[in-house]
Design a protein around this ligand. Sequence first.
Ligand code: GAR
Length: 190
Amino acid sequence: MKKIIILASGTGSNAEAILNYFKDNNQVKVSHIISNNPKAKVLQMAEKRNVENFYFNRKDLYESDKIYDFFKENNPDLIILAGFLWIIPEKIIRDFPDKIINIHPSLLPKYGGKGMYGNNVHHAVLANKEKETGITIHYVNEKYDEGKIIANFKTPLNPEEGLNALLMKIRKLEHENYPKVIEQLLFPEI
Ligand code: GAR
């Protein structure tokens, strides 16, 4: 049985897509969904879907070993960031090499870095009249959006498209591809 832990701060649509994808797979279990935002919809979703969940704060992550120890005790096969915006401490990255991954709503290295998340990315893509955009799935290192790229998926854009159309395209790419990439990382032999 492969075990995954999801970290998310917002709505949790990617976390939900991952739960849906693996729902009938008895080889994969999402053991926990945890969040740095006590009001995040993702925690309500986890509760409703009977996935263990909890909230943690900055101190738990950066000034104590609470989250580090939690990972050590649970020993997940993958730690998945799905709309989680804080840097992961070096100690965790060091002890879970190639086990922490993130999804980003642009074709990295374009539109990455601190402050580049969610709609900030999409506004910048539209302002620059990009002809294509997409998503990137990458390993997490100690810098924003700079870890080794695992996969990216593209979609064309035309100048008339606004934020909503762009958002829908990104969501679709994310929900369709993040779970599949996770599955490939868990079962590279297949
Ligand atoms: C997703 O679009 C994800 O790519 C983005 O946050 C959204 C979370 O949505 N992540 C970043 O911008 C990371 N820099 P969700 O809560 O509905 O899954």
